[in-house]
Ligand binder design. Sequence first.
Ligand SMILES: NC(=O)c1ccc[n+]([C@@H]2O[C@H](COP(=O)([O-])OP(=O)(O)OC[C@H]3O[C@@H](n4cnc5c(N)ncnc54)[C@H](O)[C@@H]3O)[C@@H](O)[C@H]2O)c1
Length: 284
Amino acid sequence: MQVKTIMIVGAGQMGSGIAQVAAQADFKVILADINEQYLSRALEGLKRQLERNVERGRLSAEAKERILANITPTIDLDVAATADFIIEAATENLEVKKGIFIELDQVAPTHAILASNTSSISITKLASYTKRPASVIGMHFFNPVPLMQLVEVVKGLATSNEVVKHTKQLAEILGKTPVEINDAPGFAVNRMLIPMINEAVFCLMEGVATAEAIDTTMRLGANHPMGPLALADLVGLDVCLSIMEVLHRDLGDDKYRPCPLLRQMVAAGYLGRKVGRGFYTYDR
Ligand SMILES: NC(=O)c1ccc[n+]([C@@H]2O[C@H](COP(=O)([O-])OP(=O)(O)OC[C@H]3O[C@@H](n4cnc5c(N)ncnc54)[C@H](O)[C@@H]3O)[C@@H](O)[C@H]2O)c1
């Protein structure tokens, strides 16, 4: 299958990043969101970031113009009729994604692959909302998309091997390293990473050590580039909690019980870097 046009649904943090790498690889990119305002914000953010890259000598001014010219914004999902590969990166909410998949299934060409960048929703479930479950797959990018190397290619129960092959090929063309994963709660990275963060919060709550000491142990003792509590602040404590809740609910094992201190921090609105306070405080 030859992919010429990629549609990204959802122009938030992840959608804009995916649009950037796809446009950089010279695909025609359609970037969709629910209103013009979100689209302009995404495109302005992208333009600023590309300009910074030009100033630092990492990108030519022509390449910047070419990338921006490859992206067409839209609020009309029907444009999916012109796309070969669609990557849904909308808000992490089952009802929102269900609506999008039902609509995409009706308008996308029969050869099109429908991928989701979801972090925690079952690909098998999203596929069940369509009449083409064999063409539905997970394509889980990491944040920030232009920098992070991994893409988890998530095979739902009905996903065909052909669709897995095309998705891995596309990830490679985008300069990423695809790793094939079978659909399971949290896929692979979050299944391991978020329980580690949760355990670090338990250590803090139980007074095993201070936040700084916990982070230092993992940086210097396990060679992690960042300690788990600092990482939780970066990911967002609300995001960590919701992934732990998915693991706990879907795997049905109490070893995934969210730490009460994590729940408390989220209840207090201490969500991490994005609000200036989490396990650490930040200037905003
Ligand atoms: N942020 C991360 O670190 C990260 C990492 C990997 C995967 N993800 C996943 O990527 C997806 C997007 O996350 P994000 O952080 O970019 O969220 P975000 O809130 O920054 O962006 C979501 C965008 O989707 C748009 N949207 C909502 N409903 C829509 C609809 N019906 N049609 C079109 N657009 C719609 C919103 O207006 C918003 O612009 C989620 O599924 C999330 O789990 C996030």
